[in-house]
Design a protein around this ligand. Structure first.
Ligand code: ADP
Length: 256
């Protein structure tokens, strides 16, 4: 966790250099997790969804959360993002405990620091593509002019030139999902949560969305948690974890 360790620094050493090194080590955070779920438990009625789920994600890391349908992946994502609060366990964002905050403070935190991309985009049909992208900025109080200017900047980068004025009914699934991605990133979130972001797309469109998502996240240093059952999507992540029966295990990792 991104906090100094609370325990003793270990046995005293005789060498001054070693003592100094120990003190420095004690002052360093043990790990640099930006977000961390600790031993989460949550049931829906009599259905257990999380049964001791723990997951830490480092700053700038892209983690894929895989596992069978119904294993608790989305519930874990929703707990990390403060949408759901577990019955037991803790969620930390840096040095801040997230799960004990009020609903109001959790939603302010989601608005100001998190971005979201869900399956099939969920664009607001009454709004144009650029208004959809600008939405997180408008909701956090940015004036319309600057919000629309910021939104429009995403269109060329995502291959969406000249689609700014279209409504979701006039867009392909792949285009709508890229607009949803721009909306997730427009406010420069510290964390991006994506739940099956390519679920409704064919493999070519899915690949394009994942290329854009990972490139944008790396460029902006965004930390990303992606829920997916698709190994091709997970292949873009730095690390993969697997959720089974409400607990998290390691599947494989391309980085330690
Ligand atoms: P996954 O994302 O891995 O498919 P979920 O986290 O959606 O799994 O669901 C985990 C378990 O919790 C499943 O048994 C699911 O049916 C149940 N569940 C999830 N959300 C709800 C809900 N809102 N109401 C009732 N049961 C739910």
């Amino acid at each position: 966790m991104d906090r100094p360790p609370s325990g003793p620094a270990g046995p005293a050493r005789t060498s001054g250099a070693t003592v100094t090194a120990n003190l420095l080590a004690a002052a360093e955070p043990k790990t640099a997790n930006l977000i961390e779920a600790r031993d989460l438990h949550l049931s829906f009625g009599s259905t257990p969804a999380l049964r001791g789920a723990s997951l830490g994600v480092r700053k700038g890391e892209i983690v894929a959360v895989m596992g069978p349908s119904g294993s608790g992946k989305s519930t874990l994502l929703h707990c990390l993002a403060g949408i759901l609060v577990a019955e037991a366990g803790e969620v930390w964002l840096g040095r801040q405990r997230l799960d004990t905050l009020s609903d109001e403070r959790r939603s302010a935190l989601r608005r100001d620091r998190f971005g979201f991309v869900f399956q099939s985009g969920q664009l607001v049909p009454e709004l144009t593509a650029e208004e959809n992208v600008a939405l997180p900025l408008l909701l956090s109080g940015t004036r319309r002019g600057p919000a629309m200017t910021a939104a429009r900047k995403w269109f060329p980068a995502l291959g969406l030139d000249r689609l700014e004025g279209r409504r979701s009914g006039e867009l392909s699934g792949g285009q709508a999902q890229r607009i949803a991605l721009a909306r997730g990133l427009v406010a420069g979130p510290q964390m991006l949560f994506a739940d099956e972001p390519t679920g409704a797309l064919d493999s070519v469109a899915g690949e394009l969305v994942m290329n854009l998502l990972t490139a944008a996240a790396r460029e902006h240093g965004t930390t990303v948690v992606i829920v997916t059952h698709d190994a091709r999507v997970a292949a873009y992540a730095d690390r993969k974890v697997i959720v089974r029966d409400g607990t998290v295990g390691t599947l494989t990792g391309t980085r330690p």
